[in-house]
Design a protein around this ligand. Structure first.
Ligand code: KG4
Ligand code: ZN
Length: 346
């Protein structure tokens, strides 16, 4: 079985992981510069890049030590080459290239989006593909027919903000801080989800697309003029959080099940930071059961950005003969394509 080192640096997490075979995580170290960005209400790209430069080597060393694997034992090095912040991606890709070159090991460029879906595969034993994939992260909201680990057909996507981005922006409007997802989820537990009427981001039944801009604006109008930062507003914040989460989860569930029925898929995998949301996990699992669709979420540690999913997908691609050249370039707008920079199948 192969031993693959994965490296992830597309946003504010610097992560390294070692995976045995294609699914067994031996180590998964994540260092985040989130604490720095929090005071600015979003990721500051230059600060994220500097943090990557500082910690990437210690993070890789720790991942190897925890996995009890030495560099020469590795079979390949997989790295996120897009999508993401260009400078942040460059740190990981340059580091991976250097390592691949020095060790004379194959380099495999991996799409961060495809890896988010692969995270849902890693906890399973049996076959997963073909299935429908729902990617819900800070940058993407995408429904695809996943025919294989590297063969996707787009079914629907957001026309404006991503689901995670909507959680972040609504949390900001409510004065909750960053990142918004976990904060909204916590406040929603104490809120009344039917008290505030908000438009669905799910559009009409004709499309599998989403739009979060109307929802975000509706929250803005609702909270405008209300004192959001004192004790009297706690109930308003909780109710808006619960109502926003309810319409968002309801739309994601409705579209994901509709997509599965449309392509006659019996399996659905969900990936990305928003897949950590318990309300989404429960509602989608329940709706899937009713519709005869098995729904798979990654374990919590593999929902947010991490290198285990990069190493896992890298290992699966490695077994299929995929190799990237040392000229591999970063592609900040990369979609689900598994390679960029002129890679080829060996
Ligand atoms: O996948 P991810 O770590 O980074 C990207 O690739 O974008 O996703 C980060 C996003 C953020 O927008 C964050 O607010 C959201 O995932 N998120 C959540 C939860 N945990 C993280 N959204 C809803 N509920 C959560 N529990
Ligand atoms: Zn991500």
């Amino acid at each position: 079985m192969s031993l693959v080192l994965g490296i992830e640096s597309s946003c504010d997490e610097t992560s390294a992981a070692v995976v045995r075979g294609e699914r067994r995580v031996l180590s998964n170290i994540v260092a985040s510069s989130l604490a720095f960005h929090r005071r600015y209400g979003g990721v500051v790209p230059e600060a994220a890049c500097r943090a990557h430069v500082e910690v990437i080597w210690p993070v890789v060393e720790q991942a190897l030590a925890e996995a009890k694997v030495r560099l020469p034992e590795l079979d390949a090095i997989a790295v996120t080459c897009g999508p993401g912040l260009v400078g942040a991606l460059l740190v990981g890709v340059a580091f991976a290239k250097g390592l691949a070159c020095a060790l004379d090991k194959p380099l495999i460029g991996v799409s961060h989006l495809a890896a988010h879906l692969y995270a849902g595969v890693m906890a399973q034993r049996g076959p997963v593909f073909p299935c429908v994939g729902l990617i819900v992260s800070g940058g993407h909201t995408l429904l695809v027919e996943a025919r294989d680990i590297d063969d996707f057909v787009r079914l629907g996507e957001t026309r404006d903000d991503a689901a995670g981005e909507a959680f972040d922006k609504v949390a900001k409007l409510l004065g909750l801080g960053y990142p918004g997802g976990p904060l909204i989820e916590r406040r929603a537990l104490d809120g009344e989800a039917s008290r505030v009427r908000l438009p669905s981001p799910g559009l009409d039944d004709e499309t599998l697309d989403f739009s979060f801009s109307g929802l975000k604006t509706a929250v803005l109008y609702h909270v405008r003029g209300q004192p959001m930062h004192n004790g009297a507003s706690v109930r308003t914040v909780n109710d808006v959080a619960a109502s926003f989460q309810r319409v968002t989860v309801e739309a994601l569930v409705r579209k994901a099940i509709a997509a599965s029925l449309r392509v006659k898929a019996r399996r659905l995998i969900v990936g990305g930071g928003v897949a950590a949301n318990q309300a989404l996990r429960q509602a989608l699992t329940r709706a899937g059961r009713a519709a005869g669709v098995r729904v798979w979420f990654p374990p919590m540690a593999l929902c947010i950005d991490n290198a285990a999913m990069i190493a896992g997908l890298g290992a699966a691609l490695f077994r299929r003969g995929v190799r990237s050249p040392l000229s591999l370039s970063v592609d900040p707008g990369l979609g689900l394509a598994v390679q960029s920079g002129g890679g080829h199948r060996g």
